[in-house]
Design a protein around this ligand. Structure first.
Ligand code: TXE
Length: 492
């Protein structure tokens, strides 16, 4: 059993109360490391350190070019360590090594991009209407950012927050999910190695239910950046509201993959599989509803089931595996519950429909890739996020109905449109209520492109130029150049 410590104020420390918890390998179904279980005292230690670092000369006094240089040095260190970090992610959260390796090799781009942006954060000179006055703006960091991240793509989703937050000059207290803490702690060592001053990045491991509230409501936390479930997100939002703190929230979805009869069917089927069976369906952008034009419905389902049935399940550490285990025990129970709910609601299970007991799945927490047809748009299986390899297929008659069904959910994270008709593609991309729309593609993201949700899928944007603004505040500065204070009883 490996024993880890967490990062507070540049030092590796146990929890103040000495408590730890076990982290499990989802493929083996067994514990493999011990991680500090932070309490309220640790939250205060970490936030105080981050606040001190925010005000201190080592970080505040660093010019933005040098700050950017630190981020880019970190990017190089991540690139050099990518495969090792990927292996740790796979061991800790059970996601495919092939996907984790690709993610880890791509993550440095965020630090390069936002590192490059650090010295391009500029204010404006306002052509002010008051005689004798000069008015300009400054873009300033917010202070201590609490970054709360989930277990599904642990380092990637943390990077989406840390890179812009640090580029903008904030300091960070990062709380990774209790189900994927180890990769965060290993990642933390690279901040030290890159030369970030102590306290600029702190990593607190522990349970959201135990320390989440103390972290979000800590008076010295200026902003909360959260990715996770919509219910926890709503709690975090209301806790942050008590302190009038800005938030960015990325809360998952019920994204529609819409297939028109003129689409390249083979591509669309592969897109549907990428949307729901890749990453075992545990992605915020999972295309968990396939809306299929009635004339091609049966052919589409036939091809989809064939491809889903052929997916190789098993050890996520093998390059040949295509579907790995579910990351957490409670999540597996939730996915199996939803499969039962769908059956009770009257949907027809045409693939999978329960736990996987293939020999190559060992003691892992597996669920068979599952497809339901005959799903009605108002069923729970078509409305609620499952976060597992469970696809609801819904037939539609025409563009209008496809749009109505696609938009008829409380979420709005992403959507896919499969058609050869450019007019249809354009109309759909305009009218879909989703933060991302892919045409004849699915599941592409980039450090260059804004990502975030409409409706209950969240608030704010990550990645791209927009993201840096989530971590800045604008100050308006006025100078009088005349040297005479006019009538003090009348507003100037
Ligand atoms: O997430 P939580 P869980 C969805 C998915 C999944 C469901 C539950 O549907 O089935 O959420 O997963 C921290 N104050 N997504 O329970 O609880 C927690 O420690 C502050 C979608 O794992 O949202 C972790 O670090 N923080 C999603 C983080 O919140 C709290 C990714 C996320 O955990 C807290 C993951 C509290 N009171 C799950 N309680 C996506 N958008 O991609 C918990 N946390």
């Amino acid at each position: 059993m490996q024993i880890y410590e967490m990062l507070i104020d540049g030092a590796w420390v146990p929890a103040a109360g000495g408590q730890t918890f076990e982290t499990e390998n989802p493929y083996l179904g067994a514990a493999w490391a011990l991680v500090p279980r932070a309490g309220a005292d640790d939250v205060d230690r970490a936030v105080t350190a981050a606040h001190r670092a925010f005000r201190g000369p080592a970080w505040r006094g660093l010019n933005p070019t040098a700050r950017g240089h630190l981020l880019r040095r970190l990017a190089d260190l991540i690139a050099a360590d990518a495969d090792r970090l990927a292996a740790i992610e796979t061991q800790d959260n059970g996601k495919l090594i092939t996907e984790m390796r690709a993610q880890l090799r791509y993550i440095p781009q965020w630090f390069h991009y936002f590192g490059g942006l650090a010295d391009k954060i500029e204010g404006r000179v306002i052509p002010i209407d008051k005689p004798g006055m000069v008015n300009f703006t400054r873009e300033e960091p917010l202070g201590v950012v609490a970054a709360i991240t989930p277990w599904n793509s642990p380092l990637m989703l943390a990077t989406w927050k840390l890179a812009p937050a640090l580029a903008a000059g904030n300091t960070v207290v990062w709380k990774p999910s209790e189900f994927s803490s180890v990769s965060a702690l290993e990642f933390g060592k690279l901040f030290e190695k890159a030369g970030f001053p102590p306290g600029v990045v702190n990593i607190l491991t522990g349970f959201g239910a135990e320390i989440g509230e103390a972290l979000v409501t800590h008076p010295r936390v200026a902003k909360v950046a959260f990715t996770g479930g919509d219910r926890t997100g709503a709690d975090v939002y209301s806790l942050a509201a008590r302190g009038i703190k800005p938030v960015t929230l990325e809360l998952g979805g019920k994204s529609a993959n819409i297939v028109f009869k003129d689409a390249s069917l083979d591509n669309a089927v592969r897109g549907a599989v990428a949307g729901i069976f890749a990453a075992t369906g545990q992605t915020c952008i999972a295309g968990s509803r396939a809306l299929v034009h009635r004339p091609i419905h049966d052919e589409f389902v036939g091809k989809l089931v064939a491809l889903g049935r052929a997916a190789r399940m098993g050890d996520p550490a093998l390059d040949t595996t295509q579907v790995g285990p579910i990351t957490t025990r409670p999540q597996r129970a939730k996915v199996l519950d939803y499969i039962e709910i769908a059956k009770t609601e009257g949907a027809t299970c045409v693939l999978g429909g329960g736990p996987a007991s293939r020999p190559e799945c060992g003691n892992g927490w597996f669920v068979e890739p599952t497809v339901f047809t005959g799903v009605k748009p108002n069923m729970r299986i078509a409305q609620e996020e499952v976060f597992g390899p469970v696809l609801s297929v819904i037939a539609f008659e025409d563009e209008e109905e496809a749009l109505e069904i696609a938009n008829d959910t409380q979420f709005g994270l992403a959507a896919g449109v499969w058609t050869q008709n450019i007019g249809t593609a354009f109309q759909m991309s305009e009218k879909l209520e989703a933060g991302t729309v892919w045409v004849n593609s699915y599941r592409a993201t980039s450090y260059l492109s804004p990502f975030g949700g409409y409706k209950r899928s969240g608030i704010g944007r990550e990645s791209g130029l927009t993201a840096i603004r989530e971590y800045l505040q604008e100050k308006s500065v006025w100078f009088d150049t005349v040297g005479e204070v006019a009538n003090p009883f009348v507003q100037r």
